[in-house]
Design a protein around this ligand. Structure first.
Ligand SMILES: O=C([O-])CC(=O)C(=O)O
Ligand SMILES: [Mg+2]
Length: 388
């Protein structure tokens, strides 16, 4: 199996929503296709990748550094000799040649995007759904999970959507089969945020939970003020209260706030995760880690994160990746994560999962089609085919 070409493009993912720190009016996303000479059922194998919302398209880094390295690599350097199929871990190594440690940011997004496409191609060539391929390579349990807990992330600030719009949005998630939901905080004064929280809590039936996400907006004093107010509610978690790299502030908050804290979506390397484990004071029996492979160099780096976390008593059950991607769902099933984020109504056509896997009682089944399952999201698949 050989890579014949790699194409990439930028897709819009803009919308009028905002969280506490950014609006999404100019948001873009990189999309990548890895074309190969492998043929399955008469069709050439093409793997697709994209990255999660929140980071902009990475055209320059892909075009000038990451993709040329892979395109110029000899086939033997990126192929599994046992199967003749592309080895995504080897591709990751080649893509990272001549890159110094530290400074993980946009480069991690570029490599993570390519990584998704390579895993999609490798799984299609192997004739396996990605979660089964990942489980064979990395799994520590006898079998992968075949369904995963997911929660509906939304509740953004929207100029035309005060409390009525929020009610309608959350009601829609519950009707679709989600049990648990997440909304934004930190983009309005505390009293207004509390009204938003109470509005959603009034809607939630017994057994449903609400998480809140401040997107790293607060300084420690404000984060503590919110923590005191949030302590009145039994929240699913309080997410990214402070800057993601301020480990000491996390440690102080973890002493003060008894409920679960969540963070990690803006940690893009195993080295950053090690620092969180060492200095963040988070509690493995309670807190939630949300690193997202498409933003952080992909699956091999995620595996390194998990191996480091295990040293501090953290298990895959603590992980619930940001991003609402199908690859994250596959990883969640392969490793046995606690769950996976979902964006059922935002960030179309990237949000949500396969059309043939409805959400049932807050869980979604893994599709058995080979690859990530992008073909089972027809709007996404046709957009990727058109651009790539
Ligand atoms: O608003 C965003 O950037 C996305 C986010 O934090 C999340 O899904 O947790
Ligand atoms: Mg978040």
């Amino acid at each position: 199996m050989r890579i014949t070409k790699i194409t990439h493009s930028e897709a819009p993912i803009a919308s009028r929503i905002s969280n506490a720190v950014i609006d999404f009016s100019r948001m873009t996303v990189s999309v990548v296709a890895v074309h190969t000479d492998a043929v399955v059922d008469g069709e050439p194998v093409v793997g697709y990748g994209f990255h999660s919302n929140g980071r902009y398209a990475q055209t320059g880094i892909l075009a000038t550094r990451v993709l040329p390295r892979v395109e110029e690599a000899p086939a033997e350097a990126i192929t599994d000799p046992a199967t003749g199929i592309i080895d995504p871990v080897a591709v990751h190594r080649v893509a990272m040649a001549n890159e110094k440690p530290g400074g993980h940011g946009d480069r991690a997004v570029a490599v993570g995007t390519l990584d998704m496409a390579v895993w999609d191609a490798a799984a299609k060539a192997a004739g396996l759904p990605l979660f089964r391929l990942l489980h064979r390579r990395f799994g520590t349990t006898p079998e992968p999970e075949t369904a995963v807990w997911v929660y509906a992330a939304g509740g953004y600030y929207h100029p035309d959507k005060p409390l009525d719009g929020l009610r309608a949005e959350i009601g829609g998630y519950l009707e679709t089969g989600y049990r648990d939901v997440k909304i934004k905080i930190g983009g309005a004064p505390l009293a207004e945020d509390m009204r938003r929280i109470e509005t959603v809590l009034e809607l939630l039936p017994e057994g449903s939970r609400l998480a809140v996400d401040a997107n790293g907006r607060f300084d420690l004093a404000t984060a503590l003020e919110y923590a005191r107010a949030l302590s009145d509610y039994d929240l699913m978690w309080y997410e990214e209260p402070v800057d993601p790299l301020d480990y000491r502030a996390h440690a102080v908050l973890a002493e003060e706030y008894a409920g679960p804290l969540a963070t990690g979506e803006n940690l893009f390397s195993a080295a950053d995760v090690r620092n969180l484990r060492r200095y963040g004071g988070l509690r493995p029996h309670r807190d939630v880690l949300q690193m997202d492979p498409s933003l952080s160099y992909g699956v091999a780096e995620y595996d390194a994160m998990l191996r480091d976390l295990a040293l501090g008593g953290w298990s895959p059950r603590n992980c619930c990746p940001h991003g609402g991607n199908q690859i994250n769902l596959a990883l969640a099933a392969a490793y046995g994560f606690g769950g996976c984020e979902s964006y059922p109504q935002v960030f179309e056509p990237f949000g949500g999962f396969a059309e043939n896997t409805p959400i049932t009682d807050g869980r979604v089944a893994l599709p058995e089609a080979p690859g990530i399952g992008i073909e089972l999201k027809p709007a996404l698949h046709s957009m990727l085919r058109e651009r790539l």
